[in-house]
Write a protein that binds this ligand. Structure first.
Ligand code: BT5
Length: 211
């Protein structure tokens, strides 16, 4: 159960840093409940060794230290989308979209007993083709923190239902790329473990392109 394992994010210790390799690296050494926020990352990362780019002071870059739970990435996506406001939608598995362009991303990494949930949101700069959100960073952080507290204590059914509402992927034709293999079809739903169902086939991992 999602609700059984969750710390109280609202009472967490917040570690603020000017420059780090990645907020994920700092968070890894801290106890469950901690939050790390930085102005700049010299080696910010996405999934699969990809880079996360953000010039100093242009983005919300934050990592939450939580207990592992299988729907954390989706719960964090829901929390981040709600914090960003009603125009922001979700692309499976971990993208925040604004007007169909990538605004931010979620990265969950696990260590024994901990899940490090990193969230990056573009505020005053975005790479070509990506989006940015005109919101003050500290205000967005406070709302995100509060939304994370709410959504990481929600039941799996609540998380899945809200994710479906916020999804930009469901009902669309998509291509899923997993380990060099592509599948095209309609993204029909997400399953109980957060897997994407495309033409009846579940995908637990992969990158989705909206066609
Ligand atoms: C993600 O990975 O979208 C997860 C990003 C998580 C970043 C946060 S920041 C705080 C914490 N600390 C970290 O070091 N990471 C987390 P993925 O789905 O793999 O997407 C990565 C891809 O997004 C890259 O290969 C680029 O194509 C693209 N990208 C890089 N920087 C971007 C940006 N600022 N905005 C939009 N797209 C970006």
């Amino acid at each position: 159960m999602v609700s059984a394992s969750l710390p109280i994010v609202g009472k967490a210790e917040v570690v603020r840093r000017r420059s780090v390799t990645s907020t994920q690296d700092v968070a890894r050494g801290l106890p469950v409940g901690s939050i790390v926020i930085a102005d700049h990352q010299t080696a910010g990362r996405g999934r699969l060794e990809r880079r996360w780019e953000a010039p100093a002071g242009t983005a919300l870059l934050v990592s939450f230290v939580l207990r592992p739970n299988p729907l954390l990435s989706l719960a964090a996506g829901v929390a981040a989308a709600e914090a960003c406001g009603p125009r922001v939608t979700l692309k499976w598995p971990n993208d925040l979209l604004l007007e169909d362009r990538k605004l931010g991303g979620i990265l969950v990494e696990t260590t024994p007993g901990k899940a490090i949930c990193g969230i990056g949101i573009n505020l005053t700069w975005a790479p070509d083709g990506a989006a940015l959100l005109d919101q003050p960073r500290d205000e967005l952080f406070e709302t995100l923190r509060e939304r994370m507290e709410a959504w990481t204590s929600a039941t799996p059914d609540q998380v899945l239902a809200r994710w479906r509402e916020l999804s930009a992927s469901l009902g669309r034709r998509v291509r899923v790329d997993v380990s060099g293999r592509s599948t095209e079809g309609v993204a029909e739903d997400i399953g109980p473990a957060g897997e994407l169902i495309v033409d009846g086939r579940p995908f637990v991992a992969g990158s989705v392109t909206h066609l």
